[in-house]
Design a protein around this ligand. Structure first.
Ligand SMILES: [Zn+2]
Length: 240
């Protein structure tokens, strides 16, 4: 039977503005090493459960951090796209707030699960621009995003009509194992707009046009440009 305090906790909503007021400002993006050093330091805090759930293709550790025991299981995933370091700041900030027992987060009936960095190889390859004062030249030289089929988000197995794909990359297999273990009610891969590439849209037929205030957009044109850009990535995983 629920006690009044259980009921209060389960109906508590997170005041996002109040929580954000406690987030410290950052002058630079965090590196994978900085984030993983924070994760390591949390092993001393009994509120956290930290498991190394695997290693990347390049041998770097991938962690699953769990905090709290609420009834709503949440799973957040950092660096789901290698070139999007705002997700690293989000992961760093969430861990810092939980370690400080932020009242707004603690009051919610949530079991927090976080993979701080699911693609440490790809994230590190972007550090040539993300860990230095920003310049367009550095961004262009050191931008890295894997080819579509090698991206963690895009590499889940699928079988639909004549479409069959059954060889996810290693990092996706690790994410699948955490999803199966946690079975989250709320799953949110952390993205950010990638700066120079504009807005995103997805389509299933190349002839489809999207209504937009600026007029109809022909998705195929933008899509080809994007893929050509990715294919210039200087790092490729072995095609399996
Ligand atoms: Zn993204």
């Amino acid at each position: 039977m629920l006690t009044p305090s259980d009921t209060a906790r389960r109906t508590a909503t997170i005041d996002v503005a109040a929580v954000l007021a406690d987030v410290r400002g950052f002058k630079t993006f965090v590196s994978v090493q900085t984030l993983h050093t924070l994760v390591d330091s949390l092993r001393a805090d009994p509120g956290f459960q930290i498991n190394e759930v695997g290693t990347s293709e390049g041998g770097k550790p991938i962690y699953h951090v769990r905090f709290g025991s609420g009834s709503v299981k949440v799973l957040l995933v950092g660096w789901i796209d290698a070139n999007e370091p705002i997700s690293g700041l989000t992961a760093f900030s969430l861990l810092t707030l939980l370690a400080a027992r932020n009242p707004g987060l603690i009051a919610a009936d949530v079991e927090w699960n976080l993979i701080p960095c699911i693609d440490p190889d790809g994230a590190a390859l972007n550090e040539g621009w993300s860990q230095h004062p920003f310049s367009l030249e550095r961004y262009m030289r050191d931008f890295h995003r894997p080819a579509g089929r090698d991206q963690v988000d895009c590499s889940f197995p699928i079988k639909h009509k004549r479409l069959s794909f059954a060889s996810p990359v290693k990092e996706t297999r690790i994410l699948m194992s955490v999803l199966a273990e946690v079975r989250p009610a709320f799953y949110y891969p952390l993205h950010n707009n990638s700066g120079a590439m504009g807005a995103w849209f997805e389509w299933s037929k190349c002839r489809l046009a999207i209504d937009h205030p600026s007029g109809a957009i022909t998705p195929a044109r933008g899509g080809r440009a994007t893929m050509a850009h990715w294919n210039q990535s200087r790092f490729r995983r072995t095609v399996r």
